[in-house]
Ligand binder design. Structure first.
Ligand SMILES: Cc1cc2nc3c(=O)[nH]c(=O)nc-3n(C[C@H](O)[C@H](O)[C@H](O)COP(=O)(O)O)c2cc1C
Length: 188
């Protein structure tokens, strides 16, 4: 039997009722049979301190190991002040160090975002892509999953009710799997 494709997913929000966590839950629900999505909670990752980059906490070690084992990443980012929340940037900074030992190198990645505003977190997504350039990660371009007006599209139980976005998330996962397999073939 073919092994399931492994995706590590996380949201850049610690908020209990986070709309971005809701996107991650929707992705788990919508993933095809041959895809296993593991969800990682960024709660507990300390503020990055370069003095300690060679002595990361257990939480950081676990985060990096899970990134390493995953075939691809799926990140749901909120937009804070037109950019990526500090919590997400901080987690990426930890995973990026030490430079010689980063599991982010060459990693295929897909982005989603939900915001209560009208632009669905677009600006945060493009800032995140900028970090991926330095990290030599491989983000996919399409489809773009940006959910605006999240309060109207995620119900009080945290379920994504917007059918078009559900469809896009399905497509995003399928595209990510295809992209990651293509990259793997090329580097064989
Ligand atoms: C500090 C802060 C800054 C924010 N800045 C933006 C922003 O620039 N653009 C936007 O669309 N929403 C902004 N918002 C609203 C977020 O979209 C909203 O809080 C959203 O629910 C956060 O994601 P979460 O539900 O996953 O925690 C901001 C919220 C906070 C707390």
């Amino acid at each position: 039997m073919e092994e399931r494709f492994k995706i590590l997913a996380f949201a850049g929000s610690l908020r209990k009722g986070s709309y971005n966590k809701a996107l991650v839950r929707a992705a788990v629900e919508l993933a095809p049979e041959n895809v296993a999505i593991e969800v990682f909670d960024l709660e507990g990752i300390p503020p990055f301190n370069q003095d300690l980059e060679n002595q990361p906490t257990e939480k950081v070690v676990d985060f990096k190991a899970k990134i390493m084992r995953a075939d691809a990443l799926l990140i749901a980012t909120p937009e804070y002040n037109y950019s990526v929340p500090g919590v997400l940037k901080n987690a990426i900074d930890w995973a990026s160090r030490p430079r010689a030992d980063t599991p982010l190198e060459g990693k295929p990645v897909a982005i989603m975002s939900a915001s209560t505003g009208r632009f669905g977190g677009a600006r945060a997504q493009y800032h995140l892509r900028q970090s991926f350039v330095f990290l030599n990660m491989h983000p996919i371009n399409r489809p773009e999953v940006m959910l605006p007006l999240a309060r109207d599209n995620i119900d009080e139980n945290g379920n994504l009710t917007n059918e078009q976005t559900r469809q896009l998330i399905r497509q995003l996962i399928e595209a990510l799997v295809k992209w990651a397999k293509q990259l793997k073939e090329e580097t064989k």
